[in-house]
Each structure stands twice: as structure tokens, then as C-alpha cells.
Design a protein around this ligand. Structure first.
Ligand SMILES: C[C@@]1(CC(=O)O)c2cc3[nH]c(cc4nc(cc5[nH]c(cc(n2)[C@H]1CCC(=O)O)[C@@](C)(CC(=O)O)[C@@H]5CCC(=O)O)C(CC(=O)O)=C4CCC(=O)O)c(CCC(=O)O)c3CC(=O)O
Ligand SMILES: NC(=O)C1=CN([C@@H]2O[C@H](COP(=O)(O)OP(=O)(O)OC[C@H]3O[C@@H](n4cnc5c(N)ncnc54)[C@H](O)[C@@H]3O)[C@@H](O)[C@H]2O)C=CC1
Length: 335
């Protein structure tokens, strides 16, 4: 069963940590970073933890472990090196319907801690569900180098101007197109260059000029290739993720479809190509970005090629992204 991912608001909320070694230190650091009120119980504490306790950043609970401490906490982190004690604490937390992270046992944990890429307020969390924590860490390191450090500042701009954005762009479809234009525009490069004031000016200018974002009506006719997501073109992937409506041929492979925008409306494409074209027109005329997906190279074959050409005469833009032909592409060469 997959874990259910979530981001918890722990600001000002109590979290109990049991154990005071290297691992407890890492968990406490992340908890304090999220503003949690940490209470810690351990026989011995790591010098860094001792320093934080002295500085009043967390509280140390003395004496024998008291299961009632779990009742006051929203979450419990169990991080001793005593496996039997850890398991007993997990059972105590479970009996009290409190979530517990057991650092030496994924199966006993009712929550696990992911590897995190922090571009606050934007965060990426990676979990292997306990299968391979070190794989999660390696992926995190790889993504760290790929994700623009300025993404957090960009998310911050969207947050700061949230009210104005909603007022200027009350209609959801229009707002989404404006968001895409800003994300693809010059603001991120300015932030990356450390030019915050210029970035904010460019951002506000795009907001003032929100009416210039073209109406949404648009059609993309996309061939999704042989069915292996690795053989989807980048243009196809992009169109699938800008879609308001996905018009889906029944032969499009499920793993490919899984990569499309989650909140796009999905509609089964009618069998008759002319009926499909009529649906495309209806959606695009109504200002929606409709993406018609067919397997293989989709729109080259009769009778789809003339239909694609005919849609090209519409008032809204219509583009064709051919896919890789045939169910055979990508097969192994051992035959
Ligand atoms: C189930 C889970 C419970 C939990 O939440 O703690 C758990 C369990 C275990 N970890 C073990 C080992 C190590 N874990 C790390 C590091 C991290 N471990 C984290 C999470 C989780 N670890 C949860 C599952 C998350 C998932 O699967 O996605 C990360 C992502 C988050 C965090 O802890 O902050 C953080 C990386 C942060 C980052 O850098 O981004 C390193 C250090 C490293 O890799 O450098 C070592 C090697 C240490 C060494 O061996 O010296 C072992 C012993 C394995 C063995 O002995 O074989 C167990 C127990 C077991 O697997 O049975
Ligand atoms: N989840 C993870 O990311 C990782 C988990 N581990 C596992 O996590 C566990 C802890 O690792 P470390 O922090 O390196 O251990 P450590 O040996 O540095 O610290 C153990 C801590 O638990 C305390 N403790 C032990 N028994 C206790 C009890 N009955 N009551 C109160 N406190 C008690 C000790 O005083 C000490 O503070 C180990 O079992 C280790 O195998 C190890 C590496 C990574």
C-alpha cells in the first residue's frame, strides 16, 4: 500500500522526541525549522541537542518515560537505539491514535520523514516508503542541483500578490494562462540574478497587463507514441500539461496518460474522427485548451491528416505534435 503524502503545519504544536543521538538531532532540527514545540526525552543527549536545550529551543523531559507524554503531542518521533523500547513506544502511540515515526522501523512507523528539497515556501519531499532511505537521499542531492534556487522567491511573489492576482484575473482559465506566462517569463531569471526589485516590477507589470494574455481557445493534436512514457515527445508532454480538456482515444496507454495534468477534464474521444473534430471545435471556441490524444504518430494517418489540416483554419491556434510511430518502437534488439 502506498503512503499518503502530506505537509503538516507544526507551528507552535507540541512534538515528542524520544532518543537523543545523531538521528534524533536531525529530526529535531527539522521539527524546530517547522516551528514545532519539541519536548525530548533521552538518557543521553548529543552535545548539539544539549546546547539547544540550554538555549531554550526545546524542553528536556526528565525521569522515567511516561506514556502520558504522548497524549500531549501531535506527533511522536521514536529515535532510541533500543529496538524493543522503540517498538513498545510505537504500540503506545498507536493505542492513543497518535502518529509515530520509528527511526529504525518503517513498518512500525505511522508516518515517515522524507528527504526534502527546500525552496520555501516551495518544498519537494521524496519518499521511498522505507524501502531505501539512501536512494531518497541520492535523488534529493541530484534534484538539488537541478532546481533553481530562485523558485522559492518566485513562489513568494505569487503568495505576496495572491489577492491582487485573484482580483485582476477572476476567471480560473485566464488565471492559469497568466501563471504559465509568468513562470515562463523573465521574472525567474531576474530573481536568479539577485535583482529582486526588478523581478517584482516585471511581475507587477505582467499583472497590470493581465488582459494581454490571449484568450485560451487552443487545440493541440498529439501523437503519444508506442505507449512507453520514455517515447513521448517533450512537446507532447508539455501540451498534455497545459490542457484544460483531454480528449482521449481509447488506445492511448495508461502510463502515458498518467503524466497528463491531473485536474484537466478527461473525455473519451468519439470513434468517428469528424465527431472528434467537432468536439475539439466546441471546446476551443469556448476558450478552452483542448488536447486530443491519439496513440502512435496519431494524426498522420488517414482519415486524421485532413481533419488536422481542416482544424488549422480555425481562429484559435491549432498545432499538431506527431508522436513516434507504431507499437514496435523501443523494442529490444535481441530478436
Ligand atoms: C523509515 C525511515 C524512518 C524515518 O523517518 O526515520 C528510515 C529508516 C532508516 N534509515 C536508515 C539509514 C539511514 N538513513 C539515512 C538518512 C535519512 N533517512 C531518512 C528517512 C527514513 N529513514 C525513513 C524512510 C524514508 C524513505 O524511505 O523515504 C531521511 C530521508 C529523512 C530524515 O531522516 O531526515 C534521511 C535522508 C535525508 C537527506 O539527506 O535528505 C542515512 C544517512 C545517509 O543516507 O546519508 C542512513 C545511513 C546511516 C548509516 O548507516 O550510517 C536505516 C538503517 C538502514 C540500515 O542499517 O541498513 C533505517 C531503518 C531501516 O531501514 O530499517
Ligand atoms: N531513520 C534514520 O534515518 C536512521 C536510523 N538509524 C537507526 O536509528 C537509531 C538511533 O540512531 P542514533 O541516533 O545514531 O543512535 P545513538 O546511539 O547515537 O543514540 C541513541 C539515543 O537513544 C537514547 N536511548 C536509548 N535507550 C533509551 C531509553 N530506553 N530511553 C530513553 N533514551 C534511550 C540514548 O540515550 C541516545 O540518546 C538506531 O537504531 C539506528 O540504527 C540510523 C541511521 C539513520
Amino acid at each position: 500500500m502506498p503512503l499518503y503524502p502530506l505537509f503538516a503545519d507544526l507551528a507552535g504544536r507540541e512534538v515528542l522526541v524520544v532518543g537523543g543521538g545523531e538521528v534524533a538531532l536531525r529530526k529535531v532540527e527539522a521539527l524546530l525549522h517547522a516551528g514545532a514545540r519539541v519536548r525530548l526525552h533521552a538518557h543521553e543527549v548529543h552535545p548539539a541537542l544539549a546546547g539547544w536545550i540550554d538555549a531554550g529551543r526545546l524542553e528536556r523531559l526528565a525521569g522515567d518515560f511516561d506514556p502520558a507524554w504522548i497524549d500531549g503531542a501531535w506527533l511522536t518521533v521514536v529515535a532510541t537505539d533500543d529496538g524493543a523500547f522503540n517498538a513498545a513506544l510505537a504500540a503506545e502511540a498507536g493505542a492513543r491514535h497518535r502518529f509515530a515515526n520509528v527511526v529504525d522501523d518503517a513498518a512500525l512507523s505511522t508516518f515517515q520523514v522524507p528527504a526534502v528539497i527546500d525552496r520555501a515556501p516551495l518544498q519537494l519531499a521524496i519518499s521511498s516508503g522505507g524501502a531505501a532511505p539512501m536512494l531518497a537521499r541520492r535523488l534529493r542531492e541530484r534534484l538539488e542541483t537541478e532546481l533553481d534556487p530562485a523558485l522559492g522567491a518566485l513562489a513568494g511573489l505569487f503568495a505576496r500578490h495572491r489577492g491582487a492576482i485573484r482580483t485582476r484575473l477572476p476567471e480560473l482559465g485566464h488565471r492559469r494562462r497568466w501563471f504559465d506566462a509568468v513562470i515562463d517569463g523573465p521574472v525567474l531569471a531576474l530573481l536568479r540574478a539577485g535583482r529582486e526589485a526588478d523581478a517584482e516590477r516585471a511581475f507587477v507589470a505582467m499583472l497590470d497587463d493581465a488582459g494581454a494574455v490571449p484568450a485560451g481557445g487552443r487545440a493541440s493534436l498529439v501523437g503519444t507514441g508506442p505507449g512507453d512514457p520514455g517515447q513521448l515527445t517533450l512537446a507532447a508532454l508539455r501540451a498534455m500539461n497545459l490542457a484544460d480538456v483531454l480528449l482521449v482515444d481509447g488506445a492511448v496507454a495508461a502510463p502515458v496518460l498518467a503524466l497528463a495534468r491531473k485536474d484537466a477534464t478527461r473525455e473519451a474521444a468519439p470513434d468517428d474522427p469528424a465527431a472528434c473534430a467537432a468536439r475539439v471545435r466546441e471546446h476551443a471556441d469556448a476558450g478552452r485548451h483542448v488536447v486530443w490524444l491519439r496513440p502512435g504518430d496519431g494524426f498522420r494517418e488517414a482519415p486524421f491528416a485532413p481533419i488536422a489540416a481542416a482544424l488549422g483554419d480555425a481562429t484559435w491556434p491549432c498545432e499538431v505534435h506527431a508522436g513516434i510511430a507504431g507499437p514496435d518502437a523501443g523494442r529490444s534488439v535481441d530478436a
